[in-house]
Design a protein around this ligand. Structure first.
Ligand SMILES: CC(C)(COP(=O)(O)OP(=O)(O)OC[C@H]1O[C@@H](n2cnc3c(N)ncnc32)[C@H](O)[C@@H]1OP(=O)(O)O)[C@@H](O)C(=O)NCCC(=O)NCCS
Length: 179
C-alpha cells in the first residue's frame, strides 16, 4: 500500500521520498535529537537513505507507517511521525522525531493526534502504545497531551523506558465526550 497523505491544521503528513534524504540527515544531526534513542550517534546519509526505504517498505507491508511531517506554511520538512509496528512485542507504537528548531510549538502533539486518529478510526486498531525513554520529558508530555496513559516502566530496545498506551474504547469515549 502507498503512503496515505493527510493535511491537518498546520502540517501535512505525507510519504517520504528521495528528496527528503538531505533534510532528514540534517534533522537527525541536530543537537539532542537522538539523545534518548538506543543509538544516539547520528546516521550517515546512506543510513538515512536506507531508513527512508525501510519506512516506505513498512507502509507496503502493514498499510500504515511513519509520515514525513511537513510544514504547510513554509513547505519545509520538519521530521517524521506516525505508527510503527514493533515485531519484538507485537505492538503498534506512535512515534515522532522533529528537527530541534521546531520544538515547543505543539507540532508533535498535532501530528500525534492525527496518528492516533488514523490508527483507531481508519485502521481500527485496538491499542496503540507510546514507548519513551524515562528521561524524555518532552515526549512523555506529548503522549499525555494526546490522551495516552502511563502503564509501566519497562525495557524496550535495551533501554529503560516508560510504556504508555491508549485503547480504542478510551479513545472513542474521549471523542464522544468532546462532541
Ligand atoms: C519529543 C518531541 C517530538 C516533542 O515535539 P514538540 O513539537 O516540541 O512537542 P509539543 O510542542 O507538541 O509538546 C511538548 C510538550 O513538552 C513540554 N516540555 C518540553 N520539554 C520539557 C521539559 N524539559 N520538561 C517539562 N516539559 C517539557 C512542553 O512544554 C510541551 O508541553 P505543554 O504544551 O504542556 O507546554 C521533540 O522534542 C523531538 O523531536 N525530540 C527528539 C526526538 C524524540 O525524542 N522523539 C520521541 C521519541 S519517544
Amino acid at each position: 500500500m502507498e503512503t496515505v497523505a493527510i493535511k491537518i491544521a498546520k502540517l501535512t503528513l505525507r510519504a517520504f521520498n528521495e528528496q527528503d534524504v538531505d533534510d532528514m540527515y540534517h534533522i537527525l544531526l541536530g543537537k539532542n535529537v537522538l539523545r534518548h534513542f538506543p543509538n544516539s550517534s547520528p546516521p550517515s546519509r546512506v543510513q538515512v537513505e536506507k531508513m527512508i526505504r525501510g519506512l516506505l517498505e513498512h507502509w507496503g507491508k502493514h498499510g500504515y507507517g511513519l509520515w514525513a511531517v511537513h510544514s504547510r506554511s513554509e513547505e519545509k520538512l520538519m521530521g517524521r511521525c506516525g505508527l510503527q509496528y514493533l515485531p519484538e512485542t507485537d505492538e503498534v507504537e506512535v512515534d515522532f522525531i522533529l528537527g530541534n528548531k521546531f520544538w515547543g510549538q505543539g507540532f508533535a502533539t498535532e501530528a500525534g493526534h492525527a496518528s492516533l486518529q488514523y490508527g483507531f478510526e481508519t485502521l481500527g486498531l485496538n491499542t496503540i502504545v507510546g514507548i519513551v525513554h524515562r528521561d524524555n520529558i518532552a515526549s512523555q508530555r506529548v503522549l499525555e497531551k494526546i490522551g495516552m496513559r502511563f502503564m509501566e516502566a519497562k525495557e524496550y530496545f535495551g533501554m529503560a523506558c516508560f510504556q504508555y498506551a491508549l485503547e480504542k474504547s478510551q479513545y472513542e469515549l474521549r471523542h464522544s465526550n468532546n462532541d
